[in-house]
Design a protein around this ligand. Structure first.
Ligand SMILES: C[S@@+](CC[C@H](N)C(=O)[O-])C[C@H]1O[C@@H](n2cnc3c(N)ncnc32)[C@H](O)[C@@H]1O
Length: 392
């Protein structure tokens, strides 16, 4: 188990060497590793060992000594672009893709390096108990003293910032891409209801909602440089929608007063898990201050379960869950380990965390929101849970 990290390294190498794209037309016969290594000038004998580790895990096939072919798992690494264009225009590598390779590259690079430094931070008497977003394992790994978001926006890190935006689209496409549609009655909202996607990234979730619910309007807010990247994403996928005004992209820092005062819904999708409790309360308070009596907040994050039984909060529609019988673990064990991995990422990147329902409910109460509804969804889908709040 303790050596599994080499798989992350190997996956990053093959993704950045465009191996799946090089092998696309080679079919089941495959190609010699010398030809695979050539476009990115890698040492063929080293690349062969990396590919062999992956083939041992059924990603790629070694069809004959040093000859490798794609298989079903390795084709997930194919961006669909030509090797020539990937090499000539690395800045466009993820544009128009499903973001899954961007997600893999982000986690095998940013997350992996960060995770390696987590023990150093946890055992540091000065930093181990802090929850500041600039005193993290990420800060140690990348030798910087600003939060990850600020670091990504610094000159020279454009590729990391762009990759992160597409990686969020990858998070969506890795599971059921329309998971945002379930667990809240978007259809039942009156015509022209305004959904504000706060910290919406390039707008992956808002786009799914906009495509399925033409009666809704959207403001997608994020940090200014992210919003700049979002323009192309919307123009490519929903041409004309920005021009029509149905969707607006807005640079906004969610720690500042919320400028939209007539929102029907404030959506916080995968936002609160990035922050400590105190900072989550600040974000929720800004939304509460801008809410009308009928505004609702929809929080989409993983709702964590203990690895043992816990009394679920009673009296709230949807809060109680059907748990599996023993000897299965109450949280279904390794089969649902993904949110626990994501939790480690949040700890390393931001001093953030994935929370239990009770923890989310308490944060909301401290910011003036009452939980009205909870949706747990299907057990094996990542980040699908939704908690709906109304002003207290
Ligand atoms: C984990 S991503 C989630 C993106 C999107 N909501 C989704 O579900 O795909 C968190 C987002 O929060 C944004 N963010 C971070 N700090 C912010 C701030 N102070 N104000 C607004 N957005 C911020 C990041 O740029 C990033 O796009």
């Amino acid at each position: 188990m303790q050596l599994q990290f080499h798989i992350s390294t190997a996956l990053r190498v093959v993704a950045e060497a465009h191996v799946a794209e090089i092998l696309r037309d080679a079919g089941t016969e495959g190609k010699h590793v010398k030809a695979i290594a050539q476009p990115k000038n890698l040492d063929p004998s080293k690349l062969a060992r990396i590919l062999r580790l992956l083939a041992t895990h059924h990603v790629f096939v070694e069809v004959a000594p040093n000859i490798f072919a794609n298989n079903r798992l390795s084709t997930i690494l194919d961006t669909g672009k030509s090797v020539e264009s990937l090499i000539k225009h690395p800045e466009d590598r993820f544009a128009g893709t499903q973001g899954i390779v961007a997600l893999l590259a982000h986690t095998a690079d940013d997350s992996f390096k960060t995770s390696a430094y987590l023990p150093e931070v946890l055992f540091d008497p000065a930093h181990g108990h802090l929850s500041d977003p600039d005193k993290t394992a990420f800060n140690r790994a990348f030798k910087c003293d600003v939060p990850m978001w600020t670091y990504f926006e610094a000159p020279g890190n454009e590729a990391r910032l762009g990759r992160f935006g597409h990686a969020m689209d990858g998070v969506k496409n890795m599971g059921r891409p329309d998971i945002i549609l379930s667990g809240f009655d978007w259809k039942g909202l009156p015509k022209d209801s305004l959904v504000v996607d706060v910290g919406g990234g390039i707008g992956s979730q808002a786009m799914t909602l906009a495509q399925h619910h033409p009666h809704l309007k959207f403001v997608v807010q994020d940090r200014a440089p992210v919003v700049k990247d979002a323009v192309q994403f919307w123009n490519d996928n929903m041409p004309g929608v920005l021009k029509s005004g149905r969707v607006e992209l807005q640079g906004h820092d969610f720690f500042d007063p919320q400028p939209v005062k007539n929102a029907d819904i404030f959506l916080l999708s995968l936002v609160l898990h990035d922050w400590s409790d105190a900072l989550c309360i600040s974000i929720l308070q800004q939304l509460r201050a801008a809410a009308t009596p009928s505004t609702r907040v929809v929080i989409r994050d993983n709702l964590m379960l203990y690895a043992c039984a816990e009394d679920a909060a009673k009296g709230i529609p949807g809060a109680a869950q059907n748990l599996p019988p023993a000897p299965l673990l109450p949280n279904r064990g390794q089969a649902t380990a993904m949110p626990y991995f994501v939790d480690m990422q949040m700890m390393g990147f931001f001093n953030g965390m994935e929370r239990t329902f009770t923890q989310v409910k308490e944060l909301m109460a401290q910011a003036g929101w009452r939980v009205a509804e909870v949706h747990h969804g299907e057990p094996f889908q990542l980040s699908q849970q939704k908690v709906v709040g109304v002003p207290m």
